[in-house]
Design a protein around this ligand. Sequence first.
Ligand SMILES: Cc1cc2nc3c(=O)[nH]c(=O)nc-3n(C[C@H](O)[C@H](O)[C@H](O)COP(=O)(O)OP(=O)(O)OC[C@H]3O[C@@H](n4cnc5c(N)ncnc54)[C@H](O)[C@@H]3O)c2cc1C
Length: 454
Amino acid sequence: MQNPSTEKVGAALGGLDPRKVEALSRRLDLAALVDAASAMSDTQLHALGGMLATQASPRKERPLPAANGDFYDLMSTLSDRQREIAARVRHFMETEVAPIMNGYWSRDEFPQSLIPKLRDLNLTREIWNDDGTRTPDASVTEGIIIMEMCRVDVSTAVFFGVHAGLALASVALGGDERQLKEFMPRLLDLDMVGAFGLTEPEGGSQVSRGLRTTARRDGDSWVLNGEKKWIGNSTFSDVTVIWARDEADDQVKGFLVRRGTPGFEVEKIQGKIALRMVENGHIRLSECRVSEQDRLQRATSFRTTADVLRLTRAGVAWQGVGCAMGAYELALKYAQTREQFGKKIGEFQLIQNHLVHMLGNLTAMQMLCLRLSGMEDAGIMRDEHAALAKVVTAARCRETVALARETFGGNGILLEYGVAKHFCDTEAIYSYEGTNEINTLVVGRAVSGLSAFV
Ligand SMILES: Cc1cc2nc3c(=O)[nH]c(=O)nc-3n(C[C@H](O)[C@H](O)[C@H](O)COP(=O)(O)OP(=O)(O)OC[C@H]3O[C@@H](n4cnc5c(N)ncnc54)[C@H](O)[C@@H]3O)c2cc1C
């Protein structure tokens, strides 16, 4: 006859199928368990039964961690307002941009439908005030906006950066009170789209010295002649800032050229392999007449142009951060799901090495840019600080997107998997707003006290 406690344990085990009881017997001394059970109450025995059932079940697959490119919790260092802005931008990018971006990227076209939606997001006023001053935490806020945009699509961030960075900053730093009143509210509300025309076919890195577009004063107006290359948004911009050399005093001055001005012609640059959703224009100015009222009154030399570029360079460093973040998250998700040799590829050590290398790059870039923008907001950032961040983030981004693309194998070159766009777009980040070489020379000169510019 069976001891009553053995019966009870037997009942507790009875719910388990024999294979599970056998598996348990290899790990537990069932006889000792029966002995111990003799002293247990019914409630304790019930709990024991539940525990044994769990022990006997094969280990359940744990849910894998979500792909998150914010490993050091950068977001926790931001204000509530900045976190809200980041969430707003992320939602916008995922719901409005992600579904349409590949089509527009393939067609080499900017989606005009995004402009009113960006207007509703009201991001420019998070950075600029109507009087042309910046909000107190403008650089960090702008950086976070750009990072969140680039995480999904760099072209959208470039549209925004050209308009709310380069064009708006030109008006804010170079315009007088009347021009600020006329242009700032319309630019801030995106009722007017801006572009920034500095680079020329023969004047890229050397543009400060070799700018050839000319401005000739003629009564109450100026006559512009020359060419500009690569000018983002210029195929549809309402106003394009054109930097031209005054024939009289040889100084570089800024002109607000309105859409439709005779003598201002724009041809869309075709065949880019990066930032295909951005429309870059080749502008030809022939006897293009602009009124004196539309000359930026406080931009009387290249110094203002350089001030504008300094103000926007941190934003370009943030582009590299966002682009790398998006590529890393895509690669991690892919590694968690793609299987080869009966395992998730994320289980292979070499793939984990890629992931950790990417994350290390990305996290270092985030910390660098956060400090850079903090310095800019505090008014202590110098050219060489921004130049170093641009050099480091562009190079680390290039390395990161290449590893991400590699993680996808062949699928990494297909647009539909997402990473290919990041891979290509990085090439533009690498070259604009000061190439790697030019920014390196800026830093080298600052730290050594010796100029290596030729
Ligand atoms: C997608 C895209 C968007 C852009 N948008 C705009 C825009 O909206 N507005 C605008 O005005 N411009 C824009 N640009 C232009 C951009 O700023 C220039 O491409 C950039 O300044 C480099 O000039 P470049 O292409 O003529 O190259 P180059 O100056 O011809 O340089 C060629 C190579 O020579 C190297 N080099 C040049 N000088 C030196 C030196 N002294 N020492 C060592 N190496 C050197 C460069 O680093 C580079 O590797 C854009 C460019 C691109 C690609």
